[in-house]
Ligand binder design. Sequence first.
Ligand code: G4P
Ligand code: NA
Ligand code: NA
Length: 191
Amino acid sequence: MKLLEQRIQKDGRVLGDDILKVDTFLNHQVDPELMQDLGEAFAQAFAKYKIDKVVTVESSGIAPALFTGLALHVPVIFARKNKSLTLPDDVYTADVYSFTKQTTNHIMIDHRFLNRGENILLIDDFLANGQAISGLLDISHQAGTYVVGVGIVIEKAFQKGRAILDAQGIDVVSLARISNFENGQVVFATE
Ligand code: G4P
Ligand code: NA
Ligand code: NA
């Protein structure tokens, strides 16, 4: 998506070898008009599927997921993160290890919000190592729902998340694909 690539070039900051800071429009301050465009792009990309619900993880997935749900006219569910070891028993849970932060979060979704046989679309802000999406796939499996696809705002194609999802035959759509960082600049994948 050209508009998003241009925004990343203009406002993104590369930190170290592998982190892109986009807190002026996505991860801290949020640009609602851009989010609406992203939501519509995801709705269009997955238009061939019947989708019952959009599912993401708090907190940075919520903005793009919400506008995707708006465009598709379906509810949006965000998995909640829980650091405590005691979990309620009426929830589906998965462990999500963050390589970036070197911590494990439990994510959870209440049983009431996923019903067996439903088609769900997963949305997230970044695809890096794929741990967050893997956690949502685990929860979807527990709930008996079917993941029609995964929509990612910014994919870092040089990390291993994309390969993990491709190996499972999942339909992944990334609105911006970064092939690498070069001298502090973002290089987008060309295909
Ligand atoms: P993974 O889910 O693909 O495995 O990602 P990883 O563990 O590497 O990332 C952990 C957190 O860091 C996630 O946010 C993820 O969105 C974020 N992240 C990964 N790479 C980047 C990056 O290059 N730039 C930015 N800004 N964030 C990145 P989270 O812990 O779930 O936090 P939240 O922001 O959703 O609350
Ligand atoms: Na995220
Ligand atoms: Na994040």
